[in-house]
Write a protein that binds this ligand. Structure first.
Ligand code: GLV
Ligand code: MN
Ligand code: MN
Length: 410
């Protein structure tokens, strides 16, 4: 079969139209999971998918599926997709690209009159970002059986509102989860890091994802008056927290070349300028592509937390709320992505994903591969996140190839 084209302008225009939902003044997106804006983005996706001749449906986690039938309805579908929720100061491409590249493949298959043996499905996973509800990737995690449904639906946001209640409210709580067969899964995504751009490569052939551990830490001291309390008598939780933040940053540097460590959320209690802080709650994100090194980082972090607490006269409680190990992707799927890049003449290199993706959980239940395209300055999880139409088109062409090869397109 000759190289199938996709319509890069239609993909770009769809990305721009989707980005209007939850657009921010700085040119990014704030479309938190299961808000009214999330519902709007789902409705737009459903409309487009139905216009492309797909049937749509959703499961008990609100994971949303659009299906283009194959010649053989009994074959497990080849699935592709990503997420439409964003970070609070997110960009236009993280997640939306994978969903709309999948949709563009379906539209282009229609344009070319191509049938596939296996059905092709485009999926929108619920709450990939883990920003409003922790942990991340919970829709795909429930689908893959990593989280049971009660746990997943019971996760709550900062105001105590649960995923289950929000799914009911926006009308996206269906039945069952994980009971659809999947023949293979491919996900296209911006790289979210600087490697492809620096090496002037168009396609990242993703061979797997690094491991990740998330913790919530509470440091408790004693609230007291900021004036009359002598320095020597204080149990200041912010002092301990700041030492811990420094120590966590140092762990990231100590475990180079591959480690990443981040404290992304801090809550100070009672958060009053003339009260010595009585407690601090903070989040920790540790990542490494080697599970043994990640375990060493875990130990270093726990020691640092004890030392920081002791130094400031505090108690510390650490809860590990999420953990997934380094995840290699399926060799056949990785090869299909590489072959797609070569077929369309796009420069490429193998790459390990630094970010978590729904593909990480899908890899537990189906042969899985991912396609990365460069993003400007490697910046993501930021409203200035940017990618070129040319690179986005190239990634979609590679996705087209991987899907058509795997689903038996003729
Ligand atoms: C997902 O966005 C992650 O934190 O890797
Ligand atoms: Mn993403
Ligand atoms: Mn993200």
């Amino acid at each position: 079969m000759k190289n199938l084209t996709i319509d890069g302008k239609r993909l770009w225009d769809s990305l721009r139209e989707m980005a209007r939902i939850g657009a921010t003044e700085k040119g990014g997106n704030c479309r938190l999971a299961l808000t009214d804006l999330d519902r709007e983005s789902r409705e737009l996706f459903v409309r487009w998918a139905e216009e492309a001749g797909c049937t749509t449906g959703f499961d008990a986690m609100g994971n949303l599926f659009a299906r283009r039938p194959g010649r053989d309805p009994d074959m497990a579908p080849v699935m592709t997709g990503s997420h439409l929720d964003s970070q609070p100061t997110g960009g236009k491409f993280d997640g939306a690209y994978g969903v709309l590249a999948g949709l563009e493949v379906l539209r282009s298959l229609n344009d070319h009159g191509i049938e596939t043996d296996a059905p092709v499905e485009v999926v929108v996973w619920t709450n990939e970002e883990g920003s409003r509800f922790a942990p991340a990737m919970i829709g795909s995690g429930a689908f893959a059986g990593v989280f049971d449904l009660d746990y997943a639906q019971g996760r709550s946001d900062a105001d105590g509102v649960t995923i289950g209640a929000e799914l009911d409210r926006i009308g996206y709580k269906g039945e069952g989860c994980g009971d659809r067969p999947v023949g293979a899964y491919f996900e296209a995504h911006i790289e979210q890091g600087p490697i492809l751009e620096a090496e002037e490569k168009t396609i990242g052939v993703v061979t797997g994802a690094q491991g990740q551990r998330w913790y919530e830490v509470t440091l408790t001291g004693q609230e007291a008056h900021a004036g009359p309390t002598p320095m020597a008598r204080r149990k200041d939780a912010v002092v301990g927290a700041s030492q811990l933040v420094q120590a966590i940053n140092k762990i990231g540097h100590d475990f180079q070349p591959d480690a990443c460590t981040t404290v992304g959320m801090l809550q100070v209690h009672p958060n009053s300028r003339n009260v010595i802080p009585g407690s601090v709650w903070l989040t920790v994100d540790l990542r490494h592509p080697d599970d043994a090194r990640l375990a060493e980082m875990d130990r270093a972090f726990r020691q640092a937390a004890e030392a920081a607490a002791e130094g400031a006269g505090l108690t510390v409680v650490i809860e590990e709320i999420w953990h997934f190990g380094a995840t290699p992707f399926d060799e056949t799927c990785v090869a299909a992505v590489r072959a797609g890049a070569e077929r369309y003449g796009h420069s490429h290199r193998d790459i390990v994903s630094g970010a978590g993706h729904d593909a990480v959980y899908m890899a537990r239940v189906a042969p899985t591969g991912m396609i990365f395209v460069p993003c400007e300055d490697g910046i993501s999880h930021n409203e200035i996140e940017n990618a070129t139409p040319e690179h986005l088109t190239a990634g979609c062409e590679v996705l087209m190839h991987a899907i058509v090869e795997t689903a038996g397109g003729r």
